[in-house]
Design a binder for this molecule. Structure first.
Ligand code: ADP
Ligand code: MG
Length: 577
């Protein structure tokens, strides 16, 4: 391996030459107490910056093993180091020439603690992946500026961020303990018959629609009603109390602007862990909970939506339903059936983003429009069967229809941002004012038929390119010749997740899509591979810009491919009961 001095000499030699000559520095360099690896050199000063790694032996980095000995702790520590590295690179923000010359930057992160491949840690070493804008004046190499960046700033960054004795031990300890406790709680939910938990004292509202940090001054802390209160004894931080949402059907009701959607949103992202002081560190949700919404305009490929929709005009099939432009109700039905196909155990629905005619059909409308003239079986007539037949719970924000009182196990009213348990009152009202509507859902929920995606219809190529992937934003990706709109997939929270999902789609095609594999089988195989071997398996070299995603969001991206076509499988998914 070349050493630091070699790199320095090389950069002096390259000074003033055309930018392309930078390619020569690709490789590994032995620095005094770490290794610098240049994996990819950008083609010009405006191209996406070059990919760099530093690898510090644990004998130098000296992180105590207890900080990364469990999976939860390891992910938390990696998250902490990504954040701290990011903070420290701000010190070196300096424009050094054209394009992105001078840039040093690591994966940007939000409020969630996700497994990311920006930092890798094990008993041998800690490794950080980041990007560097190799400096140029015009298109000529600025060799001495590059020396300053790679041979001076990078070692400083290593010193500042990757040597444990220099770091804030208390802060790191708290970070890993909170994340580990949150993971522990998520595992405990089922033992207590719960699908979600919202800790007393939690701060749910956010600063704004574009700022995910906690609302600062006027936020009212969450306080569980007595009747729903549960307590846990966390392994690290001891006892905690809060509201437990039991399995079954739960309604969140209350006046407009009283905090219903804010509560549901916190539950939606409670599938992820959050950083200390986020306010939602201990809002914990069943990891298989999926947000469902209407999404008119999306394409749907070969989904059996017959539990909800049948007898469409023109005899259109609903057991093998495809469309390039779904309506509000058919899109919501497809979203549910796809979530069930992928194995969801909890559905989360907010009236704000649901199709009204999918959610309810009241007595008067039943009298006016006969059942055989209405293709939609509303969710209200299926929600109990989902729980009875498949053990799938629902949490619904429903301020507008008391018809749901009959089908709910738990009714929570939000009043001035505080929850009340109004289950008994709602049941009394349901008895007092008899509901004349007819249940239209039949006896059983119906079959969930997994599909076999046809490999050729998931095609990442475009013109001469074998693979064309671009993630423009958290909700917008280019896959082959198509744009995939993920804006309705609300549990993707990070652009690094979208990037990983795009790569995982290519991986799916290469590794597992064949003539017999069903979508749930493909998803499970990919997730098992990532679990075992990490996110790095998705890319050619360790880019450090990927974050963990769930199979549900991967499925969601595949399902939104307009080219997708599927075959039916023979066997329906088994109901657990
Ligand atoms: P709803 O869905 O009941 O109409 P929202 O959840 O949209 O109400 O909340 C309305 C507003 O109140 C939002 O701007 C939200 O940020 C704010 N809000 C929600 N919960 C709280 C809280 N606990 N403390 C302070 N403000 C809150
Ligand atoms: Mg709302």
């Amino acid at each position: 391996m070349a050493n630091q001095e070699r790199l320095r000499q090389e950069l002096i030699r390259l000074d003033g030459r055309g930018y392309k000559a930078f390619q020569d520095i690709q490789g590994s360099y032995d620095f005094a107490d770490f290794t610098l690896i240049i994996d990819r050199v950008q083609g010009d000063p405006f191209a996406s910056p070059s990919n760099i790694r530093v690898k510090v032996p644990m004998t130098v980095a000296k992180f105590p093993e207890e900080l990364y000995q469990t999976k939860s702790r390891e992910i938390a520590l990696r998250d902490y180091l990504t954040r701290y590295f990011d903070v420290c690179t701000q010190k070196f923000k300096e424009k050094r020439g054209t394009g992105n010359s001078g840039l040093i930057s690591i994966l940007p992160v939000g409020q969630e603690v996700l497994e990311r491949n920006s930092v890798i840690i094990n008993s041998e070493f800690v490794e950080v992946r980041f990007v560097v804008g190799l400096p140029a004046g015009g298109r000529r190499i600025l060799g001495y500026q590059a020396i300053e960046m790679l041979c001076d700033q990078v070692p400083q960054l290593v010193n500042l961020t990757l040597k444990y004795p220099r770091l804030d031990a208390k802060k790191i300890q708290r970070h890993v303990e909170i994340v580990e406790d949150a993971d522990w709680l998520r595992q405990e939910l089922a033992n207590k018959g719960l699908v979600a938990f919202v800790a007393d004292g939690a701060i749910l509202p956010r600063r704004s629609g574009v700022d995910d940090r906690p609302l600062a001054e006027s936020a009212i802390a969450f306080q569980s009603p007595e009747s729903l209160k549960v307590a846990f004894d966390r392994p690290n931080q001891g006892s905690i109390t809060g509201m437990g949402i039991p399995a079954g059907v739960t309604l969140i009701v209350g006046g407009g602007y009283h905090g219903k959607s804010t509560l549901l949103r916190a539950i939606e992202v409670g599938i992820y862990n959050h950083i200390p002081d986020d306010g939602r560190e201990f809002v914990i949700t069943n990891p298989d909970a999926v947000k469902i919404r209407a999404e008119d305009g999306r394409s749907v490929a070969n989904v059996d939506i017959s539990p909800f929709i049948s007898n469409l005009p023109q005899d259109r099939s609903t057991t093998n339903f495809s469309t390039t432009n779904a309506s509000g109700s058919t899109s919501q039905a497809a979203n549910i059936m796809e979530a069930l196909e992928a194995g969801s155990k909890v559905l989360l629905i907010d009236e704000d983003t649901a199709a009204t005619n999918f959610m309810i059909r009241d007595h008067r409308m039943q009298a006016l429009i006969a059942k055989n003239q209405e293709p939609i079986t509303p969710f209200i007539d299926k929600v109990r069967q989902l729980y009875a037949d498949y053990n799938v719970s629902s949490i619904l924000v429903m301020g507008g229809s008391g018809d749901y009182f009959e089908v709910a196990d738990t009714v929570i009213a939000m009043q001035n941002f505080q929850p009340q348990d109004v289950t008994e009152k709602a049941k009394e009202i349901a008895n007092q004012y008899a509901n004349q509507r007819q249940a239209e859902g039949g006896e059983k929920f119906g079959q969930i038929m997994p599909r076999i995606p046809i490999r050729e219809t998931i095609d990442p190529s475009y013109r001469q390119k074998q693979v064309r992937l671009k993630v423009r934003d958290v909700d917008e990706m280019v896959f082959g010749g198509e744009d995939i709109d993920l804006s309705a997939v609300e549990q993707i929270v990070d652009k690094a997740q979208s990037r990983a999902i795009a790569e995982a789609m290519v991986y799916a095609v290469r590794q597992y899509a064949n003539k017999t594999a069903t979508l749930p089988e493909i998803l499970d195989r990919i997730m098992a591979d990532i679990e075992l071997r990490g996110l790095d398996i998705l890319t050619r070299f360790p880019q450090g810009d990927l974050a963990f995603f769930r199979k549900f969001e991967l499925a969601a991206a595949i399902n939104r491919l307009r080219s997708l076509n599927c075959q039916k499988s023979e066997k329906a998914l088994n109901s657990p009961k």
